[in-house]
Design a protein around this ligand. Sequence first.
Ligand SMILES: [Zn+2]
Length: 123
Amino acid sequence: MKRSDRITAVVILIAAVLVMVSWIVIHRTPGVRAVIRVDGKVVATVDLRLLEPQTLHVQGMLGPMVILADGKGSIRVEESTCPDQVCVHTVAAHSPGDQIICVPNHMVILVEGRGAGIDALTH
Ligand SMILES: [Zn+2]
């Protein structure tokens, strides 16, 4: 391999990385809805496009949980009965594919988008 070929390869690699990064940025669009599951069953679906804050009371395996959609497209766990409180401290979910998981409560919040790709993944 000539030196110029190596430079070309590096340039192509950098270009590929840039394309990937911009693809990720473009696709980090707001989610359409959040699906809340407890023990694998869907217990609530929240429309994240609504501009009004919504508070949901979900019964986890250990006890009640309070889940808050802030009316700006994000959803997070406000209160939970779990001992570790990991879910409460998890950053708000916003983009398709974002998840908040509470292991002790067997609870998963998954943000879904418009695209069929993510729907296909979850089904
Ligand atoms: Zn938790």
